[in-house]
Design a binder for this molecule. Structure first.
Ligand code: GLU
Length: 476
C-alpha cells in the first residue's frame, strides 16, 4: 500500500457517534469516509463517543459501535486510530467554555420559559427573539445560557462537498449553549471536544449542516480558527426517502447477520456518494483509500441499493478460495440457523457441494436452505414446491427415473444428467421440466443448487429412498 505513515500529517478527523441505538449504515459510511481521509493523509482518526444524553445512551450501544467498526476494519490497534474518548468525561471542559463565553460577553443568561418564547414568537420564524439580550441577568438555577449571534453579516463555512455555503447571521437565533442546571448542550460540547482534540476536518452527515454556522461562530468566539467541514449526502431508500430505522433495515449488524461479508459492506458503503472513477466499483479497501478524495464526494443524496449490495456480496463470495468460503459459511451450518444436529452434519459432503454453492449464492445465509437436503433425514416438506412439480406426468416419469437410476453404472453428475434427459424425452419433456419432480423428491424444493451435482453428493441409496417415498406419497 502506498500510503503515508500514520501520524505523519497534522490532519485529524473524528467520528462522533451518539450511542443511542444500533450502529446505522449511515454512521458506518461516515466512519469509513473519515477513516479513508485519515489513512490517505497519514493523519489521525479520533473516535469520540458522544454519550452525554444519559437518558438515551446505553453501554451496550457503545460496545455495539466498537464491535461493528472493528468488523469493518476500524479498530483501536491500528496506529491511525485514537480513542475511544467519551464526551461525558469532558463535562467540566464544556462548562468552563460556557463560562468563558459568558465572561467575555459572547453569551448571556435568559430566564424566559418555553411558553414565554412561544407566545412572543408565534408568528415569527426566527426562533428566540433576544428578549434577555440586554437584561444583564446573572446565573441562577433554571436560567439558560444563550449565545449572542451577530445581528448582521453572514457566516460562510468552508465545506469541501457543498461549495462553501453562506448563512445570514440575522436568521440565526440566540441559541442555548447551557441548560438551567449549568450543563452544556450538544452543540457546545461537540465544539469544545473538537477544539480540545485538535480536529482539523469535521466530516459528518448532512443533517448537521444547520448546526454548522452556529458551531463555527462558537469556534471563533473561543478564539480558535474553525475546521474545514464536509457534510456527507443523506442516504435514501428506493423511494428516495431518508433511510430511517423505523422504516428501513439500517443496522449494520443485521446486514452482517444476513450473510453480507464485511469486505463487501465496506466496498459498498465507500461508494455511497463517492466513486473511484473509471467505472470501477469492486476494489480492495486499500485501493479505495488510495483513491479517496473527500472533495470528490457528491452532494446529491445517495441511494442505498440493497440489491446492488447483495450483488457485490456475491462477487466477494466468488473471489474467496473454497476453503475461505467453507469457513465463512460456518455460522450458518449450526443452530440456530441450521435445522440439523451436529451429528447429522457431514463435513465431506459439505466440502463436495460447497463449490457449487459458492458459484451461485449472493448471501452466506442462503447456504442453509441450499444444503439442508444433505443433512436432514428426509427432504423438507414444502407443499408449494410439491404441488408445482408433481403434476402429470410426474408420477410415471419419476417411476421410470427410479428404475433407471437403480441401474446406473457410475453415480456421477454427467451420467445422472444424461439419464434424466433420456427418461424426460421419452415422456415428451425437456430437461428443465423433467428434472423438477426429481429435484422436489430428493431435495424438497423446486429451486436449489445444480441437481445432478447435488444427487452425486447425496448418493444413490438416499436418492432412491427419497424417490420411493415420493412415489408412495403420489400413489396415496
Ligand atoms: N453525535 C452526533 C451524531 O451522532 C455527531 C455530531 C458530529 O459529527 O458533529 O449525530
Amino acid at each position: 500500500m502506498n500510503l503515508p505513515a500514520p501520524g505523519s500529517s497534522p490532519i485529524r478527523v473524528r467520528f462522533a457517534p451518539s450511542p443511542t441505538g444500533m450502529f446505522h449504515v449511515g454512521g458506518a459510511r461516515s466512519a469509513l469516509f473519515n477513516w479513508a481521509v485519515a489513512k490517505r493523509a497519514g493523519g489521525t482518526f479520533v473516535l469520540r463517543i458522544e454519550d452525554t444524553d444519559a437518558a438515551r445512551n446505553k453501554p451496550e450501544w457503545t460496545s455495539g459501535i466498537l464491535t461493528a467498526m472493528a468488523s469493518l476494519g476500524m479498530h483501536a490497534e491500528d496506529p491511525t486510530f485514537e480513542g475511544p474518548y467519551f464526551q461525558s468525561a469532558n463535562a467540566s471542559l464544556h462548562t468552563e467554555a460556557a463560562q468563558r463565553l459568558y465572561t467575555q460577553g459572547a453569551a448571556y443568561y435568559c430566564d424566559c420559559t418555553r411558553e414565554d418564547v412561544a407566545a412572543r414568537t408565534a408568528n415569527a420564524q426566527t426562533g428566540y427573539d433576544g428578549h434577555c439580550r440586554e437584561r444583564g441577568l446573572a446565573y441562577a438555577a433554571g436560567r439558560a445560557l444563550r449565545f449572542r449571534t451577530p445581528d448582521e453579516g453572514e457566516t460562510q463555512v468552508i465545506d469541501l462537498i457543498r461549495g462553501n455555503p453562506t448563512f445570514l447571521n440575522a436568521v440565526l437565533e440566540d441559541f442555548v449553549i447551557a441548560r438551567g442546571d449549568g450543563s452544556a448542550v450538544f452543540l457546545l460540547a461537540n465544539v469544545v471536544d473538537d477544539i480540545s482534540m485538535r480536529i482539523t476536518h469535521v466530516i459528518r452527515g448532512e443533517e448537521h449542516l444547520p448546526n454548522t454556522p452556529k458551531q463555527q461562530l462558537m469556534w471563533r468566539a473561543l478564539g480558535v480558527e474553525p475546521p474545514t467541514w464536509a457534510h456527507l449526502p443523506v442516504i435514501v431508500n428506493e423511494r428516495r426517502q431518508k433511510l430511517s430505522k423505523r422504516r428501513d433495515k439500517v443496522a449494520l449488524e443485521d446486514f452482517l447477520a444476513d450473510g453480507i461479508l464485511p469486505d463487501a459492506m465496506v466496498n459498498y458503503l465507500m461508494l455511497l456518494g463517492w466513486s473511484p472513477g473509471n467505472d470501477e466499483e469492486i476494489l480492495p479497501f486499500e485501493t479505495l483509500i488510495e483513491r479517496f478524495d473527500i472533495a470528490g464526494v457528491n452532494s446529491a443524496s445517495a441511494f442505498f441499493d440493497v440489491k446492488k449490495l447483495t450483488s457485490f456480496n456475491g462477487e466477494y463470495i466468488r473471489a474467496m478460495s473454497t476453503q475461505e468460503f467453507i469457513k465463512a459459511c460456518g455460522p450458518w451450518l449450526v443452530a440456530p440457523h441450521a435445522p440439523w444436529t451436529p451429528e447429522q452434519f457431514d463435513e465431506a459432503a459439505f466440502a463436495a457441494i460447497a463449490p457449487h454453492a459458492q458459484s451461485r449464492l449472493a448471501l452466506l445465509s442462503d447456504i442453509t436452505n441450499n444444503v439442508d437436503f444433505l443433512f436432514l433425514d428426509a427432504p423438507v416438506d414444502d407443499a408449494a414446491s410439491w404441488d408445482k412439480a408433481m403434476k402429470e406426468p410426474a408420477p410415471a416419469l419419476l417411476a421410470d427415473v427410479r428404475t433407471a437410476l437403480a441401474g446406473l453404472e457410475t453415480w456421477q453428475a454427467e451420467p445422472l444428467k444424461e439419464l434424466v434427459t433420456e427418461v424426460g424425452a421419452a415422456h415428451g419433456l425437456k430437461l428443465g421440466k423433467a428434472q423438477a419432480p426429481v429435484r422436489v423428491a430428493t431435495t424438497g424444493r423446486t429451486v436449489g443448487l445444480p441437481l445432478f451435482e447435488s444427487l452425486e453428493v447425496l448418493g444413490r441409496e438416499r436418492a432412491l429412498t427419497r424417490i420411493d417415498a415420493a412415489l408412495t406419497k403420489l400413489s396415496a
